[in-house]
Design a binder for this molecule. Sequence first.
Ligand SMILES: Cc1cc2nc3c(=O)[nH]c(=O)nc-3n(C[C@H](O)[C@H](O)[C@H](O)COP(=O)(O)OP(=O)(O)OC[C@H]3O[C@@H](n4cnc5c(N)ncnc54)[C@H](O)[C@@H]3O)c2cc1C
Length: 437
Amino acid sequence: MIAYSRELPLIGQFDVLVCGGGPAGIAAAVTAAENGAHVAMIEQNSYLGGMATGGCVNPMSEFSYKGERVIGGFAWRFAQELIKADGAILEEPRGNLSFNPEIYKFVAQRLVQQAGITLFTNTFVADCICDSDMLHQIIVANKNGLQAISGRYVIDTTGDADVAFHAGVPMLPNTRPAQPASLIFCLANVDTTTPRMHIIHQKNNNIHHSAGFIRELFEKLRGEGVDVPQFGGPWFCSTVDDGCVTVNMSRTAMDAVDAADYQRATAELRENVFRFVGLLKQHVPEFKNCVISSIAPMTGVRQSRRIQGKHVLTGTEYLEATHFTDAIARACHPVDIHLPSGDGQILHYPEIAAYIPFRSLQPEGVSNLLVAGRPISADEDAFAGVRVQATCMETGEAAGLAAALCVQKGNLPLASLDITEVVCKLREGGTILPLES
Ligand SMILES: Cc1cc2nc3c(=O)[nH]c(=O)nc-3n(C[C@H](O)[C@H](O)[C@H](O)COP(=O)(O)OP(=O)(O)OC[C@H]3O[C@@H](n4cnc5c(N)ncnc54)[C@H](O)[C@@H]3O)c2cc1C
């Protein structure tokens, strides 16, 4: 251990500081700014979108359940913006949105700029300064060195609860090994016109599909002694461009918040991407001429930290769609557990779309911090449903709105905010929150 101390420049003071520019962060920042707050967003990459763009995770799941749309608000508006920009296709009946990640980055950047948000990209949240139960400054690192930024309200949308972790918020324990990581890759020059590929690649209809025939082939090859790396699915997503497919197939166990393990796993996954592509080219005629057009710059992290919040959403509450008076978001993805060893997946489907209470965004111990997106306070089963992008946007929107309402009320403590007002305003903005389930 060494001790390190120095004075840092304070480079900005904001009403709302959003840390992390993925789906939850974009929704939080734009909503807070459009409700009158002075907002900054900090993002380690040079672009927005998090797993959606940097991780090439496609499609954005999911807007509808049993044929009825259950996700509205900012997420739905964002989907419409993407479609308008020729960057996405909505797949019915589940309402998955397949998109072009470059157009996603562009649309997100434009929305953030139009909302007047100060953007700190290429800037990493490294630490924070707290006293008693208040978070005062975020310490960031970028080309200028170490700097401090202050926010009256901070929204942690880093996906890994980095801010909450540095602020000393307790994390929920994992009772079983975390879901594995994947390195998603994109292929061009795939022949998507044959009947079996047409199931995967149907423009405007069911374009996201688990490719059963390739799973069967890989299992057969394994049986014949071919060295096939650990895989999931595989899931192919056609995005919006002819002959291009996004492939979600590689997987390995990884501790996403341990830098050394992240490096080890990413190197292994990259090796495996090339092995999978070799096998596809050799054994599947439709992939004979394919080329890797990109490998996701960010390793796909399914699971890392989850905060201990004022309410821990349970798998039972999720599957039974327990209604909460402070319900601020919906989720209709199945409890979707990818196994960290082997090629398996466990799925449990809710009866109707689940509800997420505002208390699951409120961490224990830090009064001016909210956490949205993947690491909200949920047990491992509920987590396996709430982690998808459209729902992350809904929790982000609720966090951004709550912080902005506190600013409007003269910097009210979050604990004093009447959540029924947040719920009403979310409804007015299109979030689909029935009065009871
Ligand atoms: C392999 C895989 C397949 C998936 N499949 C689907 C699917 O089919 N459909 C679906 O909807 N979802 C899917 N998901 C889940 C979904 O993509 C994520 O759970 C979701 O993107 C989480 O959103 P978020 O905003 O909470 O976090 P993220 O998308 O992770 O965004 C976090 C942002 O914070 C930034 N950040 C992190 N730490 C710091 C820091 N310290 N300082 C500054 N910036 C930081 C990151 O760069 C990133 O931009 C999948 C995930 C994986 C890994």
